[in-house]
Design a protein around this ligand. Structure first.
Ligand SMILES: NC(=O)C1=CN([C@@H]2O[C@H](COP(=O)(O)OP(=O)(O)OC[C@H]3O[C@@H](n4cnc5c(N)ncnc54)[C@H](OP(=O)(O)O)[C@@H]3O)[C@@H](O)[C@H]2O)C=CC1
Ligand SMILES: Nc1nc(O)c(N)c(N[C@@H]2O[C@H](COP(=O)(O)O)[C@@H](O)[C@H]2O)n1
Length: 221
């Protein structure tokens, strides 16, 4: 199967949470980590999130540093990478920031998505139907490969991270471990879903202190 190089990027509190139990966006990264994340976005062809993250955070998923956007343009690329949302039922709100004109957006839906919702979203995004009940990530990866995407950054949340790992679609995971405690037994962690029968193994590729936290890049073992 031909697919892009896939890496998950996530910021985690020291108690392992990626947000709080109300699933509100929490600033976990240090300024130093945000600068690296921005560079990683600029070096990627596309950035993917699950619809849960769109509904919780209303992210823009754009490159923030104008110098990095200019560098992309110098390389003949659009200023921002393609944004991809895994959204089986086409629930992306029409006023979501991810649909603004800053970048091209692909909404991946399943066959269960209502035609009317799809038609409305089509005015603002490219729609790809992949999967019967839920977005089929393998089919989506093939679609993105055919669309010229070679490096995909997955920016969560926990449910979409789980499926990427379960389906063997992840090459690297970059985690920023921050010096904050969020707490909350039900607050989401990096990966949700069901425990794997055999834990998936990763090895450390690199490790650096970035302000009040540590960024570790893990590659598949
Ligand atoms: N600290 C950090 O780095 C980050 C934190 N977050 C936080 O994470 C939380 C959101 O995470 P979460 O609620 O887990 O939501 P996700 O962003 O992981 O989205 C999950 C949804 O994606 C849709 N989906 C479509 N296809 C698939 C598939 N094949 N596998 C899994 N999901 C699929 C499902 O909805 P449907 O079936 O309707 O399509 C599912 O409910 C927020 O609180 C946010 O703030 C998010 C990103 C980064
Ligand atoms: N790297 C990182 N650190 C944090 O502390 C975060 N909360 C997140 N969240 C992710 O970034 C998205 C927001 O992107 P925009 O700033 O709107 O472009 C958010 O939706 C999460 O995917 N990431």
């Amino acid at each position: 199967m031909r697919r892009p190089f896939v890496f998950i990027n996530s910021a985690v509190s020291l108690d392992g949470k990626i947000s709080n139990e109300r699933r509100e966006q929490v600033k976990i990264s240090s300024p130093e980590d945000f600068a690296v994340v921005d560079k990683l976005r600029a070096e990627s062809d596309a950035i993917l999130v699950g619809i849960g993250t769109v509904l919780s955070d209303d992210p823009k998923l754009t490159v923030k540093n104008p110098d990095l956007r200019e560098e992309r343009v110098r390389q003949g690329l659009p200023p921002n990478p393609v944004r991809v949302v895994a959204d089986s039922l086409a629930r992306t709100p029409l006023n979501a920031q991810v649909l603004n004109s800053d970048a091209r957006t692909v909404i991946a839906v399943s066959e269960r998505a209502e035609g009317e919702r799809i038609e409305k979203l089509k005015e603002k995004a490219e729609i790809v139907v992949a999967g019967k009940n839920r977005v089929d990530l393998k089919a989506l990866m093939e679609y993105l490969w055919d669309a010229g995407i070679r490096k995909l950054m997955v920016e969560g949340g926990s449910e979409i991270n789980y499926t990427f790992i379960k389906e063997g679609l992840v090459d690297e995971i970059r985690v920023f471990y921050s010096g904050i405690v969020i707490g909350g037994a039900k607050a989401p962690t990096l990966v949700s879903g069901k425990s794997f029968d055999v834990p998936v193994k990763f090895k450390i590729k690199s490790c650096e202190i970035l302000g009040n936290g540590v960024a570790v890049v893990w590659s598949l073992r």
